[in-house]
Design a binder for this molecule. Structure first.
Ligand SMILES: Nc1ncnc2c1ncn2[C@@H]1O[C@H](COP(=O)(O)OP(=O)(O)OP(=O)(O)O)[C@@H](O)[C@H]1O
Ligand SMILES: O=C(CO)[C@H](O)[C@H](O)COP(=O)(O)O
Length: 404
């Protein structure tokens, strides 16, 4: 750090460059002034060196959810906010669960299963049970990455159900740990700079599972039901309680706009944002801290049945102060989302309409016409903002005004 501080600017899209022995790695345009150049500044004007390097310590984001609850979709939206596509490690295990982009590396915590599929069966435990996971190794390795060190991370192979030889993970700018237990172990939790929990209600989870596992993977309705039932006690005991620790929770519920709806297609989605989290300013609708109900349908937003309803206001969640933004219903025309975006504040966009642009870019992702896609996109933008503020603080410079 000493080399690049304090005259530093950041760019997320500069090429990947390594500076030998510097401790800096990638994607950061750093302007630094040496002692001699500082002396010469007064005589000869600024003589700065622009060096492409990274801040040596990644920020760490935790994303928790049960299987099939939209973690991969969320990760694709997040990666897209930073630009560039995420791919598995080049030349590595084809069944690797890791996704790497210019700025982010996303690892799946299934890789810390200590028992393979046969081992779990023999011991009669599910993958959700902490006994089937190696939290000591998870902690050691997330800590090492946070300190800027590469790790040899195990791979859990979902195709074979076996533990494969490890893969090398280099520290990125933003390290995301996604899976069942990112906030379960206190030591790992304390390493997170920001945490998100995707809270999908049972009814909706069931509908999504059927959609994927029946339509796309050929499972029977009975086997899907049985698998959800078998996981439920461990889900309730070990996964669900993590939401109390999350800085942001995206809760997905059946709509309230259709009485006794049992189709599960129209969703009511809540973005629960913890107050007082450093570098995280909750989004608000119209007026910060007020309680608002808003039906935007009419001249500027096309809504077919059952319409769209937004709500916003302060609340408490597990005894903590939060702001909650809620959307019930779905968009007919995604381009009209700009009308909704213009009434939201603290979005951490870089330009007017960035949320709408991101949503249009990924209109084919699941949830793009409702609050799941909208709130995942917003959380992605908040993570970018958080990252930029943390980097700015580390190098002692004020953060670029990024909020619209
Ligand atoms: N917002 C959404 N709206 C509707 N369906 C969704 C949404 N998000 C996810 N799904 C459904 O759930 C399935 C699983 O999504 P995704 O692969 O993102 O979840 P995951 O948590 O990464 O799953 P796994 O852990 O099993 O790999 C998708 O194929 C889709 O059918
Ligand atoms: O809950 C899960 C997280 O993705 C999986 O069920 C767990 O990782 C076990 O994997 P598999 O079903 O492939 O044996």
């Amino acid at each position: 750090m000493a080399f690049c501080s304090p005259h530093t600017t950041t760019s997320l899209h500069s090429p990947r460059t390594t500076i030998p022995n510097s401790g800096f790695r990638q994607n950061q345009v750093i302007l630094f002034t040496t002692r001699s150049s500082r002396r010469s500044n007064t005589r000869n004007g600024a003589r700065t060196f622009q060096v492409s390097c990274a801040v040596d310590k990644p920020i760490v984001i935790g994303l928790a959810a049960d299987s099939g609850c939209g973690k991969s979709t969320f990760m694709r939206r997040l990666t897209s906010v930073f630009g560039g596509a995420a791919e598995p490690p080049r030349g590595g295990n084809p069944d690797s669960n890791t996704l790497i982009s210019d700025t982010t590396t996303v690892i799946c915590l299934d890789d810390y299963h200590s028992l393979d599929r046969t081992g779990r069966k023999e011991k009669g435990v599910t993958a959700l049970d902490p006994k089937a996971n190696d939290f000591d190794l998870m902690y050691e390795q997330v800590k090492a990455i946070k300190e800027g060190k590469a790790i040899e991370k195990p791979i859990y192979n979902h195709v074979t159900g076996l533990l494969d030889p490890p893969e090398t993970i280099q520290p990125p700018n933003i390290f995301v740990i996604e899976g069942l237990h990112p906030m379960y172990d206190e030591r790992v939790r304390d390493l997170l700079d920001f945490s998100i929990y995707l809270d999908i209600s049972n009814e909706v989870k069931f509908a999504w599972k059927i959609q994927r596992d029946m339509a796309e993977r050929g499972h029977s309705l009975e086997s899907i039901k049985a698998s959800i039932e078998a996981r439920k006690p461990d889900f309730d005991a070990f996964i669900d309680p993590q939401k109390q620790y999350a800085d942001a929770v995206i809760e997905v519920l059946p709509t309230q706009l259709i009485p006794d709806d049992n189709e599960g297609k129209v969703l009511r989605v809540k973005l629960i944002m913890k107050e007082g989290v450093k570098f995280f300013n909750p989004v608000y609708l119209f007026d910060e801290g007020s309680t608002i109900n808003w039906i935007p349908c009419g001249r500027k937003l096309t809504c077919s049945y059952p319409g769209i309803k937004f709500s916003y206001g302060p609340d408490t969640y597990f005894g903590q102060e939060v702001s909650v933004l809620e959307m019930d219903g779905q968009f007919d025309r995604l381009d009209e989302l700009i009308y909704v975006e213009s009434h939201l504040s603290n979005l951490s966009t870089k330009f007017y309409g960035e949320v709408t642009q991101q949503m249009l870019k990924h209109a084919d992702f699941p949830g793009s016409n409702n609050g799941t896609g909208l709130f995942q996109t917003i959380v992605g933008l908040k993570i970018r903002d958080l990252y930029e503020q943390i980097i700015a603080e580390r190098v002692g410079a004020p953060a670029q005004a990024a909020k619209v």
